[in-house]
Design a binder for this molecule. Sequence first.
Ligand SMILES: [Fe+2]
Length: 416
Amino acid sequence: MQRHSKLVWSYIVVTIVVAIMLLYYVRPELTWTTIQGIIFFTIFALVAEATPVRLPRGEGSVSIGFVFIFASIIIYGPGVGAWVAALGTISKKELRGEISLEKTLFNRAQLATCASVAGLVYLHSGGSVGEVIFPDHLLPYFASAGVYMLLNVSIMVGIMALAQGTSFLNMWLVNFRWLTLNYLALGPIAVLIALVYTSIGMFGVLVFVFPLMLARHSFQRYIDMRDVYLSTVTALATSIDAKDPYTKGHSDRVNKYSIQMARELNMTEDQVEMLQYMSILHDIGKIGIKDVVLNKPGKLTEEEYEEIKKHSEVGHKIISEIKYLAKGADVVRHHHEMYDGNGYPDGLSKGDIPLGARIVAVADAFDAMTTDRPYREAMPKEEAIEELKRCSGTQFDPKVTEAFIGVLERGNATTG
Ligand SMILES: [Fe+2]
C-alpha cells in the first residue's frame, strides 16, 4: 500500500465509501425472489467473467458480464443489479488472493456504484422494474446503459491517471471509443435476456445463453485468427531485418512509434490496426534487393541508390496481393515520400500522402537516427528530436512530427 500515493489511496477510499452508501440506499427487499435473482445472475455473470474474449494484439479482454448485470437491473431494479455487479465480477485472481485487497475492494465498489447509479437512472427515466416494454422503454435502456458505461470508464481511467500520471482525457477517449461499441452491442442482448426471463423464466434464459456462448466462441476464434495474421506479418518482417544486422529490431520499433503516433492523432482502432501491419512491413520490398547493395558500408553510387529506392514499390506490389492487407498497401508505397513533394516513388506532397505513410516516415527516420548504422554511430535522442523539428514541414508532416515529439517528451516511447 505504500506504493500508492496519498491521492490514489484517497480515491480508492472515496470510491468504496460511495459504493457502500449506494448499496445501502438502493438495498433490495430481501425476499426469496430477490435472493434467487442475485444468485442466478451472479452465477451467469461469473461464468461470463471467467471466459472473457481476448482482444487482438494483447490489448486486454472484454467480457459479457455486463449483459447479466444490466438484465438484472431491468428485472429486479438497482439493488439486485448492484449486488450482481459487485459479486458477479469477482475474478479467479481475486479469489486466489493474487490481487491486493484494496484493489479487489475497489473493483467491487466501482461496479456496484456503476450498477446502482445506472439502476436509479433507469427508474427515474421512466423504466419499470420487472417488465420489458419495447420500444417505450428505449430511453431508459439507453440512459442507464450509457450512465453505466460513462461511470465505469471514468472511475477506471481516473485511478489509472492518478496512479500512472497519464492524461485523463486522452485515456478516457481511447477507452471510451471502443467501449461504446462494446456496450452498444451488449445492451440489446441484456434487454432480450430480461424479456426472456420475465416471460418464460430462468429456463428460458438458460436456452438463450447457449447460442450466446457459441457466438462468443466464434468471436474468439476470429480474434485468434487476427493474431495469427500479426504473427505471420511479424515473421515476414523479421526475415527482412535478418538480411541486415544493422536494422535488427527496426520494424518492431517503427511499429511501436507508429502506433503511439496513431493514438496521439486519435486514429480509429481499424486504422491503428492496419497501420500496425504496414509499419511492420514497410520495408518488405527490400526482400527483392541484392544484399551487396543493402549492406554496403560505404557511400552508395547513384545506381545503387536507385536500386534501394525500388523497395517501396516492390513492397507495395507484395502487399497488394495479400487480400487482408491490400487496402493498406499505399502506406508501404509512400513511406519515403516527403511532405514537400521531394520524396519517392511518386513525389506526392502534403495531404496526398496517406497519413499512415507520413507517420511511418517519421518513425523510420527517428529509428534510423537513434540506432547504430555501418557508416555512423547512433545519435542521442535529443539530437534526433532536433533533427525531426528541423525537417518538419519539408521532409515530415508538421502535425505528425509534433505528435511524435509529444509522445517522446512524455517518455511514452523508448529508444532501444
Ligand atoms: Fe524504407
